[in-house]
Ligand binder design. Structure first.
Ligand code: SF4
Ligand code: MG
Length: 336
């Protein structure tokens, strides 16, 4: 069980008139074959920027990556040439976005759009590519695939369109699928179908999935492991059980309390986290959650905590877990 992807201390900033503004700050995580890592957090927490830097989809002229590595099968993709990146993108690593229309060409038949990637990345003949396109439509559950090959995107419903996008993304058998809010635009029933589809395809193809979402219900359904992002940092990561049942970061606790209960029989009131994330251009030296955290101590304002290992799989960035913090400061819900 080797890592197919290792994101190591990734920093991403955007150039603005007022200098570089950090969007991703020292993010590290790994992904193994066939597993699903969910990246959760509010909008602006750096989830999508992280995903796009893996695929090198951020605009070159205003993006700076001052530090870090993104290793795919051991090789740092940040050092890849444009050609090497293009060879990986869409074949070894694919991406699915929230809005299927952003990835589909409205003026091109669906079959042709699936075949495009195949002809770019495989040695299939046109006839074989068309056959494969048909099989992919069948695999993602599109009825009458043969005749649908010649339909245009607008002839599909939103849910069917997202199935087509998944068919395109998986046509070349990628080792990694990055899905950024893939079901957010869809209604609940369709959402459940698409998630089930992704799980089935993952099982068949052993794809590693990075699932970006703000929806903890989706996480509970899909993830093996979870990374929680806040203000450009992974503030906590762990297995699904660790994050849901033994959360150690006050932000993770807040997120869980602000979500509708998965077990509907236990209707607890939702408690939203008061306040809003910090302005990324005005981050101080302290913990970025200090202004919203119910447990803030003096040290939190002055120094940003580093990652502390809670188990072999769980790590958290919070001073409450530093052995130098007096026991009296550590609240009951955080103490184990
Ligand atoms: Fe809260 Fe301090 Fe922990 Fe930050 S380091 S989450 S402010 S207790
Ligand atoms: Mg986003």
């Amino acid at each position: 069980d080797q890592n197919i992807l290792e994101v190591d201390n990734l920093h991403v900033s955007f150039k603005t008139r007022n200098g570089a503004v950090p969007a991703v700050r020292g993010v590290s995580f790994t992904l193994k074959k066939g597993e699903t890592l969910a990246i959760v957090g509010e909008s602006g927490s750096g989830k999508s920027v992280t995903a796009k830097s893996i695929m090198q989809l951020l605009p070159k002229q205003n993006t700076v990556i001052p530090d870090g590595a993104i290793r795919y099968e051991g090789k740092d993709m940040l050092k890849f040439s444009k050609k090497e990146i293009q060879a990986v993108r869409g074949s070894d690593i694919s991406m699915v976005f929230q809005d299927p229309m952003t990835s589909l060409n409205p003026t091109m038949k669906i079959g042709k759009q699936i075949m495009e990637g195949l002809s770019r990345h495989t040695a299939l003949t046109k006839k074989q590519a068309r056959q494969r396109a048909k099989e992919m439509l069948e695999l993602v559950g599109i009825p009458n695939p043969e005749s649908r090959l010649d339909a245009y995107p607008h002839q599909f419903s939103g849910g069917m369109r997202q199935r087509v996008v998944i068919a395109i993304a998986l046509a070349c058998n990628p080792k990694i699928l990055i899905a950024d809010e893939p079901t957010t635009a869809l209604d609940v029933t369709i959402q459940a179908q698409i998630l089930r589809l992704m799980r089935n395809l993952q099982e068949k193809m052993d794809t590693g999935i990075i699932l970006i979402t703000h929806d903890l219900g989706v996480v509970a359904n899909m993830a093996d492991r979870v990374a929680v992002m806040y203000a450009g940092e992974v503030v906590e990561q762990g297995t699904l059980d660790e994050i849901f049942y033994r959360p150690q970061h006050p932000y993770t606790l807040g997120l869980l309390r602000s979500m509708p209960n998965l077990d509907a029989s236990r209707a607890e009131p939702l408690i939203p986290i008061p306040g809003s994330p910090p302005d990324p251009s005005a981050l101080g030296t302290g913990c970025p959650f200090a202004a919203r955290c119910p447990y803030t101590m003096k040290v939190c304002h002055d120094y940003n905590p580093g990652a502390i290992a809670m188990s072999e799989t769980q790590a958290v960035r919070c001073w409450l877990h530093d052995e130098r913090t007096p026991a009296g400061h550590v609240p009951a819900e955080i103490k184990e």
